[in-house]
Design a protein around this ligand. Structure first.
Ligand code: G
Ligand code: G
Ligand code: MN
Length: 533
């Protein structure tokens, strides 16, 4: 961005940097949390998938082991209980989780691994077991022997004989599974469902399957068995979400602050101004002021110029008002003083003694504690008694009352003349003309340019000039570009003029040439219409 633009932007939009930094912080925050949440979610989904696969594999193994333990007993359903009881008990004892193995003939359990011969309809134990299926699994609230502990009932039909088969009750306890998954904090519960019943980790009793929560995280079916396992929980642990949000917030704030600092440093032309002073990028141009009666040079106005190494010339309007806003006007004016003092030693050989030297002063510098000290140093550095300094001050500075009064008085004691600059802009008040003692009234070029255009400004200018004449004030018309303007002004009693008609602001060598020209007997100075020295 061109620095000149940056200046004007900054002067008018100081909140822009804050807005940009906050936006950058917010974008990073959103980007960070969306990426982190997506990645984390994927990671957890993969881990849940793995858990589901392991669980399924585990349950398949359990059931196939169970089947290989039980299947050989199918033949036993044909013999008497006494004959098989020992084998039955042994198998039940050595297989994990088996509560009892019951042999069934014609829907009646006639032999139990736990109690031996018996005669009980399997529907009395497990009302929903469907013996017509070759395999069936149900959940029951308890068995005849252990009434209060839910059990899983496995029915394996004897394929060669209808209504016969093996009826096994299995202890079911989900706690170990929950322990298994406890490392995954987002898994909050499990449920195992068979038929219309379900057993959960959050309830000791068998519940109705329809009472299960709606959206399980994963559903695991056991192949070959009508058994389903549900995993419940959040797709991501809350703690991790909080952590991501917190980290995102932190990163957002850090990025925002970094942006702010970076933009402040990068875009803050204040740094550039100080750097410009250090690197000698500033110089002073001098615009001659002529005597209205004789056309002879009367003095010069020093105007500061900044040539930035990459941005080129930066208009003083921009950098002066920026420097004022950034509290840099004092170092800048001190620098101006030192540049003028340096030039003055060169100029004194050509410019006559008593040459007026106008310097623009910011009202901020005027009310600064070091003002008098800065001025004294400057005066000490100037060639003694050669130039008559004029401080050009805008009307703004006149408004600050007592302090301005004191300073004006002090300047006068130092033999410094005072000019009201840009008279007619801002808070033009004729009252200042009487209230303050000053030496020159610099009429803003806006007025001068209205000459011959019949605007409302012309009669005002007329009045101001008449008043100034009455008050015995020197008047300097700024921005005189045409002979017509000059003539009009001379006729109205203007005492001095400045503008392209006489000369543009120029560097020391051209100014010297201008003065040398003016000193020639032909004396026409360099009053060229194109305004070049
Ligand atoms: O010549 P130019 O377009 O550069 O002047 C633009 C404005 O900047 C004018 O109002 C002039 O008073 C102001 N200006 C130029 N140089 C200085 C300076 O050294 N100090 C201050 N305070 N104002 C300056
Ligand atoms: O401080 P002050 O506002 O008086 O500064 C004078 C300003 O007017 C400077 O920016 C200078 O370059 C500019 N200037 C001087 N002479 C002319 C002129 O004849 N025409 C125009 N348009 N600007 C001028
Ligand atoms: Mn000026």
């Amino acid at each position: 961005m061109p620095l000149a633009k940056t200046f004007s932007r900054h002067v008018s939009h100081p909140r822009r940097i804050i807005f940009l930094s906050a936006s950058a912080g917010l974008i990073f925050f959103l980007l960070f949390i969306s990426i982190s949440l997506t990645l984390s979610m994927k990671r957890h989904a993969a881990s849940h998938d793995r858990l589901a696969v392991y669980t399924q594999r585990y349950l398949s193994n359990v059931f196939s082991d169970l089947q290989s333990t039980l299947e050989p007993l199918q033949a036993a359903t044909l013999v008497s209980c006494e004959q098989v009881r020992a084998d039955l008990t042994q198998r039940a004892a050595f297989a994990a989780n088996i509560r009892a193995i019951l042999l069934v003939k014609n829907d009646i359990a006639f032999c139990s691994s736990a109690t031996g011969p018996m005669s009980l309809s399997i529907h009395q134990i497990s009302p929903f077991t469907d013996a017509s299926q070759s395999r069936d699994i149900r959940l029951i609230a308890g068995t005849p022997m252990v009434r209060k502990q839910p059990a899983l009932v496995l029915w394996l039909a004897n394929n060669s004989r209808a209504d016969s088969g093996i009826f096994t009750t299995l202890n079911i306890d989900l706690t170990p599974y929950l322990l298994l998954t406890s490392r995954q904090q987002e898994i909050s519960g499990m449920a195992i469902a068979a038929g219309g019943q379900a057993l959960t980790t959050w309830n000791e009793r068998v519940i109705d399957r329809s009472a299960l929560p709606d959206h399980p995280l994963r559903t695991v079916a056991v192949p070959g068995y009508p058994l389903t396992l549900y995993l419940y929980g959040d797709s991501m642990p809350q703690r991790e979400i909080h952590l991501i949000l917190l980290s995102g917030l932190l990163i957002g704030v850090v990025i925002g602050c970094a942006c702010y600092l970076l933009l402040m440093l990068r875009l803050r032309p204040g740094k550039e101004i100080l750097l410009g002073i250090k690197r000698g990028e500033f110089h002073v141009e001098y615009q001659p002021v002529v005597d209205a009666q004789t056309g002879q040079p009367y003095g010069v106005e020093a105007l500061m110029r900044w040539t930035h190494p990459t941005e080129g010339r930066i208009p003083p309007d921009a950098f002066i008002s920026y420097a004022e806003g950034q509290n840099l006007i004092v170092p800048l004016t001190r620098h101006l003083f030192s540049l003028i003092a340096r030039d003055a030693h060169q100029l004194r050989d050509t410019l006559p003694v008593g040459t007026r030297l106008g310097v623009n002063l910011s009202p901020l510098h005027l009310s600064h504690p070091t003002f008098r000290h800065d001025v004294n140093r400057w005066l000490a550095a100037m060639p003694e008694g050669h130039f008559v300094p004029i401080f050009e001050i805008t009307e703004r500075a006149m408004m600050s009352g007592k302090e301005a009064d004191d300073n004006f008085e002090w300047m006068r004691q130092q033999q410094i003349r005072i000019a009201i600059d840009d008279f007619g802009t801002g808070h033009s008040a004729l009252i200042y003309l009487e209230k303050f003692q000053f030496d020159y009234l610099k009429i803003d070029r806006g007025f001068v340019q209205s000459i011959g255009m019949e605007t409302v400004n012309t009669p005002v200018l007329d009045t101001v000039l008449a008043l100034a004449k009455k008050l015995n004030l020197n008047t300097v018309a700024e921005g005189v570009e045409t002979a017509e303007q000059a003539l009009w002004l001379i006729n109205r009693g203007v005492t001095h003029m400045q503008g392209y008609l006489f000369s543009r602001p120029c560097k020391v060598p051209l100014l010297v040439a201008y003065y040398q020209n003016a000193a020639r007997p032909a004396g026409a100075a360099c009053a060229t219409a194109d305004g070049n020295c």
